[in-house]
Design a protein around this ligand. Structure first.
Ligand SMILES: C[S@@+](CC[C@H](N)C(=O)[O-])C[C@H]1O[C@@H](n2cnc3c(N)ncnc32)[C@H](O)[C@@H]1O
Length: 274
């Protein structure tokens, strides 16, 4: 590593320490390569030269801090994202969920809510009504959007195709009302959902769940933080509970790999067996 890179990493450390001290958001164990990319995006967006300038700005200007947090927490998501996952979920996980009189589900890192509405649609179609879905994220702004359940109408073609590939048994357009350039999702889908702020890095477990979806969240974490968050997820699952990760994520090489059996390794669906 050359001197310039070393200095940059020192500046990043100081910036992230400052952010943690000032607002309690802890990005210090996020994967460095991804953090660097996001910080450079912030520099461009804020028209700043150095990371030290950025530190000064975010620590003194609340609006800049908010923009910084929004850039660092990547909230890209889709409805029925990775349709094959939802298809296998319907075939392999739903029959097991049906054996319980009441189900608690945690969608951790729910972003703007598309994944939560997808699960809600799927459960409704499968007749699973005795259910509570806790949908959480560290970013308050995305939670506000998630609560609204309003998405661009331009995305509906893609989401309809995803829904069909995911084994949807109805017509996707039944789940929303089109208004101008927006699709407003039916309030009935929200009946079983509790939206809440939760930080996987700094907050504790808050219930025991039959099912946890934590998809495409830990890809941004370093190895040590993976271990820490996996402990939280493990502690939050009932025995034989199901854990779903993103397609680029795995339980392998984490301290908990022996505690789960794969329900479907390709779709990253695991059952807690120890
Ligand atoms: C790429 S999105 C994934 C959304 C959805 N799970 C999916 O797979 O489409 C990642 C989400 O994780 C959230 N996130 C990042 N760090 C987090 C943390 N420490 N605690 C809770 N959520 C976090 C981000 O705010 C973002 O909304």
């Amino acid at each position: 590593m050359n001197n310039k890179q070393q200095l940059e990493e020192i500046e990043i450390r100081l910036l992230l320490d400052g952010v943690y001290e000032v607002c309690g958001y802890d990005f210090r164990s996020y994967a460095l390569a991804s953090i660097k990319r996001r910080i450079h995006k912030c520099l461009v967006d804020e028209h700043l030269e150095t990371i030290t300038d950025l530190q000064k700005k975010v620590l003194h200007d609340k609006a800049a801090m908010k923009r910084f947090l929004n850039t660092l927490t990547i909230s890209v998501t889709d409805m029925f994202r990775d349709p094959a996952f939802f298809l296998i979920f319907r075939q392999q996980v739903v029959p097991w969920l049906k054996t319980y009189p009441f189900i608690r589900i945690w969608v951790a890192g729910c972003a703007t809510g598309e994944e939560v509405y997808s699960i809600s649609i799927l459960l409704q179609e499968e007749g699973l009504n005795k259910v509570k879905i806790y949908a959480t994220d560290v970013n308050e702004d995305v939670l506000t959007k998630a609560r609204e359940g309003i998405y661009p109408i331009s995305k509906m073609k893609e989401y309809t195709a995803n829904y069909q590939k995911a084994g949807g048994i109805s017509s996707f357009s039944e789940y929303y009302v089109a208004k101008y350039d927006h699709a407003i999702f039916n309030k009935s889908l929200q009946e079983h959902i509790v939206w809440a702020h939760h930080n996987l890095v700094t907050d504790a477990s808050f219930n025991e769940f039959h099912l946890i979806l934590c998809r495409n969240v830990m890809i941004y974490f370093n190895q040590q933080l993976h271990g820490q968050v996996h402990k939280l997820l493990y502690d939050s699952l009932i025995p034989l509970g199901i854990l779903c990760l993103g397609t680029k994520e795995s339980i392998r090489f984490t301290p908990y790999q022996d505690c789960y059996e794969a329900v479907d390794e390709k779709q990253k669906i695991y059952k807690k067996v120890k």
